[in-house]
Design a protein around this ligand. Structure first.
Ligand code: 5GP
Length: 190
């Protein structure tokens, strides 16, 4: 029978520092493995297919929906689809690792609902929309219209943070890393 491991579900608005925190957790907690999602958004220059995401065409993504390959999927931005493969979770648990997800807020709530007992959901938050806007602009990977869409979504997401096990304010990266390391270690190993 399949061994069920644990799950860390990391979420928060775009620009909240999720990717940095996710990489930090993966490098400091060796028993965690990243769940590689599927997406239909174009690959960015710094990204690697099958490492950051499985980059799929719309048809490939729709086929996976129809064949029930996803545990959850969302149209995270208009016409851009993201989904978590059931197979990824099984692969990671079967190799005796715990799973780390970096998913949007709705995806996180869906995963938490499906695995209420062996998952910990964490919402990373920045204290103002202005800070979020600066972080997104500094990241320099989106044009202004896309930033506007992401900020609008961020406001909606703040209202959903109450459904998370933990809400963590990411003001100082060093402090956030210390806090999250403790929270995640406690959940996985106690
Ligand atoms: P990005 O395009 O910046 O890599 O990601 C955009 C958003 O999609 C982020 O909030 C990220 O957490 C979310 N995301 C990535 N993979 C998944 C997934 O499998 N499911 C859901 N629901 N959201 C995802």
């Amino acid at each position: 029978m399949l061994k069920q491991g644990k799950m860390i579900i990391l979420s928060g608005s775009s620009g909240s520092g999720k990717t940095t925190i996710s990489n930090f957790l993966l490098s400091t907690i060796p028993s965690l493995q990243f769940s590689i999602s599927c997406t239909t958004r174009p690959i960015r220059p710094c990204e690697i297919h099958k490492k950051d995401y499985f980059f799929l065409s719309n048809n490939e993504f729709i086929n996976k929906i129809n064949n029930h390959h996803f545990i959850e999927w969302e149209e995270v931005y208009p016409k851009l689809f993201y989904g978590t493969l059931k197979q990824e979770i099984l692969r990671i648990w079967n190799s005796n690792y715990h799973v780390l997800f970096d998913v949007d807020v709705k995806g996180a709530i869906n995963l938490k609902t499906k695995y209420p007992h062996n998952s910990l959901s964490i919402f990373l938050m920045v204290n103002s929309i202005k800070i979020l806007e600066n972080r997104l602009i500094n990241r320099n990977s989106e044009n202004y219209y896309k930033i506007y869409i992401r900020l609008k979504k961020a406001k909606i997401e703040y209202n959903l943070s109450k459904f998370f096990d933990i809400v963590l304010m990411n003001l100082d990266l060093f402090i956030t890393k210390q806090k999250i390391f403790k929270i995640v270690s406690n959940f996985l190993f106690n």
